[in-house]
Design a protein around this ligand. Structure first.
Ligand SMILES: Nc1nc2c(ncn2[C@@H]2O[C@H](COP(=O)(O)OP(=O)(O)O)[C@@H](O)[C@H]2O)c(=O)[nH]1
Ligand SMILES: [Mg+2]
Length: 377
């Protein structure tokens, strides 16, 4: 398999990384409310395990941890209730400074966390939330660790939520989001409310960072699938256009970069980095095997009567079918990889299993394709 494909996939992956950018979330709330647990549940365990990140400014109480598509702003050494004023001042300077920078550097949203069973919400916390809203940050109020039984939230948390609603705070939807982030071993209470929180956050942030949020989060898998399908659709359209263009290149040469970009984008959405699971090798082999080897002339023979029709039209429709099948097959590979339902994926890569899965999914969608031209690399 030529290194060219792997290098190109890596280049496309880097390009997608730049295109997707970063979603930056600020989390506030008193110590022990469950901020770190919530962040871990929504974005993955790697985030909080590495600690709190670096100070935003010298002597800052605000820390930022940037990784890939996600930036988390967290606080240390300050209690909102007691030191809220100090933090607001600091935050105002930081937010204003960041406004001069590109969108991917700015804070896009704030989650204010209150423990659902705390039974009280301090005036200073309300003042802090108003100050956040004054900085034009969308604020979502999250009630954490709210026990639930028989589809009922704990009554104490419901009372707290009603109380907070009555304060008419500038929070998204005017009401708190009830959540439970991590299964409780003793009571067996399962997590809930996380995909609703992500969905609301998605709607609150600028369109340009929505892709980064979809990629960074891991609780709303439907959002990932929708984003992948949208990208596949756009690539199918672009492939048809490329194939219909009467320029003296082989169709495959025009399509391969588009298909590599599509696969890089989907891998990105599912958090499969080029360093993990040998994904670059698998993706590039898949593209090399399918698009590189099976030329359109051989494909045309598979479609009855196509060989007798001249011009770009047939070529375009073949390109569409082909790219669509590749996109869907690759999406299945990424979904299974991210879901951990394939052997060897979370740890050591098994490129062969991935490649076989890709080819069987691909062939399922283009049944006419000859195994010989599809499997030889
Ligand atoms: N079972 C369970 N424990 C939680 C949950 N949220 C927080 N905790 C526990 O509460 C404690 C404080 O949580 P942490 O995330 O460190 O709070 P932080 O100070 O706001 O970051 C930890 O012992 C967590 O394990 C949850 O949703 N479920
Ligand atoms: Mg913490």
């Amino acid at each position: 398999m030529p290194d060219w494909f792997t290098d190109s996939f890596r280049a496309e992956f880097d390009r997608q990384t730049a295109a997707i950018g970063r979603f930056n979330l600020a989390v506030f709330g008193k110590t022990g409310t469950g901020k770190s647990t919530l962040i871990n549940a929504v974005f993955g365990t790697e985030v909080a395990r590495t600690g709190i990140g670096e100070p935003v400014t010298q002597g800052s109480h605000l820390y930022v941890d940037r990784r890939g598509t996600l930036g988390i702003f967290d606080t240390q050494g300050l209690e909102i209730g007691r030191d809220g004023g100090e933090l607001v001042k600091e935050l105002r300077d930081v937010v204003k400074g960041l406004r001069k920078k590109p969108l991917s550097e700015q804070i896009h949203c704030a989650w204010y966390c209150v423990r659902g069973m705390d039974r009280r919400f301090e005036e200073a916390e309300g003042a802090f939330i108003r100050a956040l809203a004054d900085l034009e940050l969308p604020v979502l109020l999250v009630l954490t660790q709210v026990p639930m039984r028989d589809s009922q939230f704990h009554p104490d948390a419901v009372s707290l939520a009603r109380h907070i609603e009555s304060l008419k705070l500038p929070i998204l939807g005017g009401r708190p989001f009830m959540t439970y982030a991590m299964r409780d071993q003793f009571s067996g209470q399962p997590p809930y409310g996380l995909s609703e929180l992500v969905h609301a956050t998605f709607q609150a942030v600028p369109e340009a960072v929505q892709a980064a949020l979809v990629s960074a989060q891991r609780v709303d898998l439907d959002a990932k699938a929708r984003a992948a399908q949208a990208f596949i659709g756009a690539t199918v359209t672009a492939s048809a256009a490329a194939a219909a263009t009467p320029i003296p290149f082989s169709d495959a040469a025009l399509l391969v970069p588009l298909q590599l970009a599509m696969m890089a984008r989907i891998a990105h959405l599912y958090g499969l980095g080029v360093d993990r699971a040998g994904i670059a090798a698998v993706a590039s082999t898949a593209v090399a095997t399918t698009a590189g080897r099976a030329s359109f002339t051989s494909l045309l023979k598979l479609i009855p009567g196509a060989g007798t029709i001249a011009g770009g039209a047939i070529s375009a429709s073949v390109a569409s079918v082909f790219t669509f099948a590749m996109g869907q097959a690759w999406l299945t590979v990424c979904q299974r990889s991210a879901g951990g339902s394939l052997p060897g994926l979370s740890g050591v890569a098994d490129p062969k299993a991935l490649h076989d899965l890709f080819m069987s999914e691909f062939r399922r969608r283009i049944p006419g394709i000859r195994p010989a031209s599809a499997t030889q690399v």
